[in-house]
Design a protein around this ligand. Structure first.
Ligand code: F6R
Length: 616
């Protein structure tokens, strides 16, 4: 995790760095720092807390922070607790080198011992301070330029990094390198930007280079970019891409939090996901990545979906859809488990990796393992050009637009939308789904955005329920069939932004243990649309009611029976069972948001979390 930023050009660096760090806070926000360099040396400020704490600290010194070259960092602690000393940038023992780092140096301990033996001392507990001193040690021992020392040092380390280094005696240069953690270069006119994602510099330039693993670059004032391979110093031709991001997408506008904005955007983001893919008048689904690999999908022995967190929940919904419409056996795995258990997969298996950010370290490693074992790897990502998107054999973007709130919302519904299209497409190829059902589902899918709009507009019962329950410390979420993963997702949303303990269960599992938790104080959120296992759900609700549990039910307008049993109801529009998660999840996102809001939490930046989990 951690966000890094840098600037080298003709503008004052301070505002670019500070404003950029604010946009990178989704990657970590327990401490931050910046360093700006000019011919008189560098200034460096860092502090525990968010970027506005850093701004306050710098405020009285602002005049000293002049210069057109600088780097900045916002941290999500891995090595060493969040405090001023462990915050980045870190400085080498001679004070000549200043470095920021996103990633983990796994062999830092062994390197530290060698450096200690050679007289080096350390202030912080970080692996980054070890790396910057290794670079310095190698530089002076071997009389190398900084560029050479960086290359030699990086060939010695094990781990993941994106780094940027300044040298006091060389104030018009920044050296950067990448392995495993993202790093993007923005190319302006006589200026370079660097960042963990392009959003911090998007209003200066949309021309970017996505650095690849094992690359380093030397950025110098008034010089062309010098891109090299770390392993052998071979010069590389930079490939410049033009970004298509609309600035409005990364602003909160009228909303207090990005999360609420992103929940409310879902009617539009689902349309964006469907655009060009669901051609409703022709009743055709077009997904290039599937079409160009048609035989692979038709003949697949199995599909393994690999993801983390909310994307994993989308994968569970994908399992229902794919098995139903394609009759290919599907397994859904946590990336972190899959990658360490020597899975049995081969050429005839398809691994689908799902990731909003496209940077989740465990998912990226799972992808690489699947490829190594010969499986065909298909990606479902949101962030264009992300590491996962670049490493898969084929894939599809969900086009949900930038998701900035740490709690994932619109990416989830777009992931489910894409999984539905994929399942229908393969089902049609295999003639498993009838023409009638295919047409019916396609038609209904096109109506989903309007139905979500209805839930977002008419949600007064959610506000009322939140007002009654926001002080409660435990919640249970129940669903069955395709809505069981929605129960998991609802519970995750509540936990992560309101810090309330919540658990999701398949409703029938309650009597195998969790029922012991039920008493009059525990709210039980039941997802109970009239379709699917409604009758079974009704029995499960009665069992809870008999134990005085407090029922909050998501129901359709025509439902009389659950309405009578429930303490509170949230009305949801009717749809076909397979598409119901797209609707049922919306009130749960809103409920989590309202409760967190009433508890006064920082909804977009929940404690201990970061948007993009680039450490294992
Ligand atoms: C929860 C949430 C996380 C992510 C998970 C995977 O709201 O956002 O659980 O879903 O960290 O992230 P991606 O999808 O970027 O791989």
């Amino acid at each position: 995790m951690c966000g890094i930023i840098g600037y080298l050009g003709y503008r004052e660096a301070y505002h670019i760095l500070i404003n950029g760090l604010k946009k990178l806070e989704y990657r970590g926000y327990d401490s931050s720092g910046i360093s700006i360099i000019n011919k008189n040396g560098y200034s460096l400020f860092k502090t525990k807390g968010k970027v506005n704490e850093l701004e306050k600290k710098i405020y009285s010194f602002k005049n000293k922070l002049t210069g057109t070259v600088g780097i900045g960092h916002t941290r999500w602690a891995t090595h060493g607790e969040p405090n001023d000393i462990n915050a980045h940038p870190h400085v080498s023992n001679s004070n000549n080198l200043v470095m920021i780092h996103n990633g983990i140096i796994e062999n830092y301990h062994a390197i530290k011992i060698i450096l200690l033996k050679n007289g080096y001392t350390f202030n912080s507990k970080t692996d980054t301070e070890v790396l910057v001193n290794l670079i310095e040690y190698i530089k002076y021992e071997n009389n190398l330029s900084l560029e050479e020392a960086v290359r030699v040092s990086l060939n010695e380390i094990i781990g993941a990094y994106s780094i940027a280094i300044l040298e006091k005696s060389n104030p018009e240069t920044i050296i950067i390198a990448k392995l495993g953690s993202p790093l993007i270069i923005g190319i302006g006119k006589k200026e370079f930007f660097i960042a963990s994602d392009p959003i911090p510099f998007i209003n200066y330039t949309k021309n970017v280079i996505y650095m690849k693993d094992g690359e380093m670059a030397i950025l110098k004032k008034n010089k062309e970019l010098d891109l090299r391979k770390i392993i052998n110093n071979h010069k590389l031709n930079p490939i410049i891409k033009r970004l298509k991001i609309n600035l409005k997408e990364i602003e909160k506008g009228e909303y207090k939090y990005f999360m609420l904005k992103e929940i409310c955007e879902q009617p539009k983001t689902i349309l964006d996901t469907l655009r060009g893919r669901l051609l409703i008048s022709k009743k055709i689904i077009c997904i290039n990545g599937i079409e160009s690999n048609k035989e692979k999908f038709i003949n697949a022995n199995s599909i393994i979906i690999v993801a983390c967190g909310t994307s994993w929940h989308a994968g569970l919904i994908g399992e229902y859809l794919l098995e139903k419409y394609t009759r290919i056996p599907v397994e859904v795995e946590y990336s972190s488990e899959f990658r360490y258990r020597n899975p049995i997969i081969g050429k005839k298996d398809i691994v689908i990796v799902i990731s909003q950010s496209g940077e989740t370290a465990d998912t990226l490693s799972a992808l690489k393992l699947a490829k190594k074992k010969g499986a065909f790897v298909f990606g479902i990502c949101n962030v264009v050009g992300s590491s996962i998107a670049r490493n898969v054999n084929a894939g599809v973007y969900i086009h949900a637009g930038p998701e900035i709130g740490v709690a994932s919302t619109k990416a989830f519904t777009s992931q489910i939308t894409i999984l539905t299209l994929i399942a229908l497409k393969i089902g049609k190829y295999k003639s498993i789904i009838s023409d009638l059902s295919y047409k019916e589902i396609c038609k209904e899918l096109s109506l989903i955005p309007e139905k979500i709009n209805y839930v977002i507009k008419y949600n007064s019962s959610i506000k009322k329920i939140s007002n009654l329950l926001y002080y409660t410390n435990n919640f249970i979420y129940l669903g069955r069939g395709i809505n069981f993963p929605v129960a998991l997702e609802g519970a995750l949303k509540l936990k992560e932004i309101s810090y309330i303990h919540a658990e999701g269960f398949p409703a029938a599992e309650m009597k195998h243990g969790p029922m012991a938790l039920i008493d009059k104080n525990i709210p039980v959120i039941v997802i109970s649309p009239l379709k699917g296992s409604y009758k079974k759900m009704l029995s499960n609700i009665q069992e809870i009611k008999a134990r005085r549990g407090k029922i909050i039910a998501l129901i359709n307008k025509d439902d009389v029976q659950v309405r009578m049993l429930a303490d509170h109801v949230i009305n949801i529009p009717d749809t076909i069972e397979e598409l119901s998660p797209l609707i049922t999840v919306i009130p749960l996102q809103l409920l989590a948001y309202q409760i967190a809001f009433l508890r006064g939490k920082n909804i977009d930046q929940p404690r201990n979390l970061a948007k993009s989990v680039t450490v294992e």
